[in-house]
Write a new protein. Structure first.
Length: 156
């Protein structure tokens, strides 16, 4: 028998001795199980770390920011609605309208423009005429803010 023939005979014996046995199959199953467990383990760990970080720290920091911002908004709106006269604009416009009309009449009697008697006539007259629209827009937006915030008092 030549050397080549002896190698082939040895290989064929090795092949037959490597047939799958239940013991070899269990190792394959176990390796598959290990692969399944290992798959995405790092991703799972990262997600767990993120959840723990938010549960233990970051949500508290965000809650504090929201509370602080809510207070800042509430203070600004309260200051606007309580400590200013914005809500009285319509009353002020109604008071100024007859005065402006009287000025127009006097200017007409004198044959001059109202701006010659009162330099800010055009500006004031425009504001008085636009007061209703401005306040309508103001209260519309204010209502949106109250509704969106869910916590502001509606002073309108």
């Amino acid at each position: 028998m030549n050397t080549e023939q002896r190698i082939y005979n040895s290989l064929s014996k090795v092949k037959t001795s490597l047939k799958a046995t239940p013991k070899n199959n269990s190792k394959k199953v176990n390796l598959g199980l290990v692969d399944d467990l290992s798959q995405d383990a790092e991703f799972f760990d990262e997600q767990m770390s993120t959840a723990i970080y938010y549960a233990d720290e970051q949500f508290d920091a965000l809650i504090e920011k929201v509370s602080s911002f809510r207070q800042e908004i509430a203070n600004e709106v309260d200051n606007l609605m309580i400590n200013t006269s914005v809500s009285q604009i319509m009353d002020l416009a109604e008071q100024k309208l007859p005065l402006l009309q009287k000025l127009e009449s006097l200017a007409n009697d004198l044959g001059v423009a109202p701006t010659e008697l009162y330099a800010d006539y055009e500006w004031l007259n425009g504001n008085v005429m636009n007061a209703k629209e401005v306040m309508s827009n103001f209260y519309k937006k204010y209502g949106e803010l109250v509704e969106t915030s869910g916590f502001l008092t509606d002073f309108s």
